[in-house]
Design a protein around this ligand. Structure first.
Ligand code: NI
Length: 230
């Protein structure tokens, strides 16, 4: 788990931009809807792959691929600086890879794929004042990630006799950093990141009995969006 250290360096890049002023930026009572491209980039580490027949398989691991979807982000300003934010998105779909099975006589690398939704609720603190055109922010949140539509690859099915892929849901903390640049009374540009603690256990049935691995997905989530202020 590493929610916070990575957001600080981004923040120091943008904090100095918070000085420029215009007539109307974020203030208490504003509701901001942001829509944009949202990328989930796992920074995963996994346990060894374990099978019921053999125990841990030294030198193996599980990897998780990147994915980009349309993200929706709703912010409500509780004061001129404090806000609550919800992240929603169309489902992300990630490739699941196995590494190291070749040492054991299996050529399977592509395990399959899974969809996931990572709804995240965060408290945000906006720097600068209500009149600042550029408002960087930091936040902390809670994430729930649910995995669904898990599919095993045809190779995993044929070579490993794999079936019944199961990936546990995850509940964890999220760190948050971003910047809103006001364009007009209602429109703004946004760039932001989440760093989310997503830890899960994956398993499937196989010719070697139950196959299990613990995977810390711990992604960086990047969003570039346009926002509309109501
Ligand atoms: Ni973690």
């Amino acid at each position: 788990m590493k929610p916070f250290c990575r957001v600080v360096s981004l923040f120091t890049l943008v904090a100095s931009l918070g000085q420029i002023s215009i007539a109307s930026a974020h203030e208490e009572g504003d509701l901001i809807l942001r829509i944009g491209a949202t990328s989930v980039a796992p920074d995963e580490s996994s346990s060894l792959i374990n099978t019921a027949a053999t125990g841990d398989l030294a030198g193996t691991s599980v990897g998780v691929g990147d994915n980009t979807q349309l993200g929706l982000n709703l912010v409500y300003m509780l004061t001129d600086s404090l806000a609550v934010e919800v992240l929603a998105a169309t489902p992300f779909e990630h490739d699941l890879k196995a590494a190291g099975l070749d040492q054991y006589g299996f050529s399977t690398r592509d395990l399959g794929s899974s969809k996931q939704l990572p709804p995240t609720v965060s408290a945000l603190w906006f720097f600068g004042g209500a009149q600042s055109r550029v408002r960087p922010y930091l936040g902390i949140g809670v994430n729930y990630t649910t995995f669904f539509s898990q599919d095993l690859s045809s190779q995993a099915r044929s070579e490993l006799a794999a079936g019944s892929l199961d990936i546990d849901d995850s509940f964890g903390l999220a760190g948050r950093a971003g910047i809103d640049i006001t364009l007009s009374d209602n429109w703004l540009l946004n760039a932001s990141v989440w760093t989310i603690d997503i830890d899960t256990d994956a398993s499937f049935e196989s010719a070697l009995g139950k196959v299990k691995a613990g995977v810390d997905i711990d992604p960086m989530v990047y969003m570039i969006s346009i926002g509309y202020k109501f």
